[in-house]
Design a protein around this ligand. Structure first.
Ligand code: BT5
Length: 261
């Protein structure tokens, strides 16, 4: 599509943010933008730097899973953040970024995007974007958080073998290609709005956007599978599940599947 060339200059032109994207590092092709952002953060990179690529050769999801995107088709970006938070509050950053990304994509595309706890953005139950937060912790202090965001934009899911069938893209939803530069700018703007409030309680706003609440779900956690009613999200962004026997469990991370009635 014409005029859809990503570059540091194109993204910087007219960008209204105060912190996010004030420095932009663009790659036509890179291993993983999260890895580059972490290397920069380890070397003292100030808060706000955006690392963005048109292609990743080693794009990652959580738990070593792959993030797949055809070259020049998507938004593959990472932000270096240095929030004044304790390590156990990293979930607040993920909540702020998920809220900002959700708002930006809604505003730009008109799609009814929701958040699937903890870190997916979905439309009509299909995954449109994923978020990967990685914390840099030194001496029990949170030095930085690198937040990676992958948004599926201009490709057809059915044409790409390694992408699960329950994924979708903006072009698939709108049935036409969608320009990325403006979307990146709006993502930075909206994520900044929420990130500047990261010390506030974002749980009510986050909960209002969640697709997961008040439903029977199965959650695959690092410690095993839990099933129950997804009751609420607590102050740290953890999901509170009520099991069939009435007991409750707090889940910090996991993969949610709806249990069909
Ligand atoms: C995520 O992980 O959803 C986080 C994805 C973060 C990607 C960004 S891109 C920029 C930055 N640099 C990186 O290296 N990563 C970040 P998770 O919840 O673990 O989901 C991964 C799973 O989603 C995989 O196992 C696949 O099944 C599926 N998947 C892979 N590519 C997909 C895509 N394009 N759309 C939807 N699902 C996908």
């Amino acid at each position: 599509m014409t005029n859809d060339q990503l570059s540091a200059n194109a993204i910087a032109a007219g960008l209204q943010t105060r912190v996010l994207g004030r420095r932009i590092v663009y790659f036509e092709r890179v291993g993983s933008t999260n890895d580059v952002a972490k290397q920069l953060a380890d070397a003292g990179e100030p808060e706000g730097t955006l690392v963005i690529a048109d292609e990743q050769t080693a794009g990652r999801g959580r738990l070593g899973r792959a993030w797949i995107a055809p070259p020049h088709s998507s938004i593959l970006m990472s932000l270096v953040l240095r929030p004044a938070l304790a390590p156990h509050q990293v979930g607040w950053v993920t909540m702020a970024v998920a809220l900002g990304a959700c708002q930006a994509i809604r505003a730009e595309t008109g799609l009814a995007v929701q958040i699937k706890w903890p870190n997916d953005l979905i439309v009509r139950g299909k995954k449109l974007a994923g978020i990967l937060s990685e914390a840099g912790i030194v001496n029990d202090e949170l030095e930085y958080v690198v937040v990676g965001i992958g948004v599926n934009v201009n490709f057809n899911v059915t044409a790409i073998e390694r992408i699960p069938a329950d994924a979708t893209t903006i072009a698939d939803e709108l049935r036409q290609p969608f320009p990325r530069v403006r979307l990146v700018q709006t993502l930075l703007q909206s994520i900044e709005e929420y990130y500047l409030r990261v010390n506030e309680n974002l749980v009510p706003e986050y909960s209002a956007r969640l697709s997961t609440l008040n439903q029977w779900v199965c959650v695959q956690t690092p410690a095993g599978v839990e099933a129950g009613m997804a009751e609420r999200v607590n102050e740290n962004g953890a999901l509170i599940l009520r099991r069939a026997d009435g007991s409750r469990i707090e889940l910090i991370a996991g993969e949610v599947t709806l249990i069909k009635p």
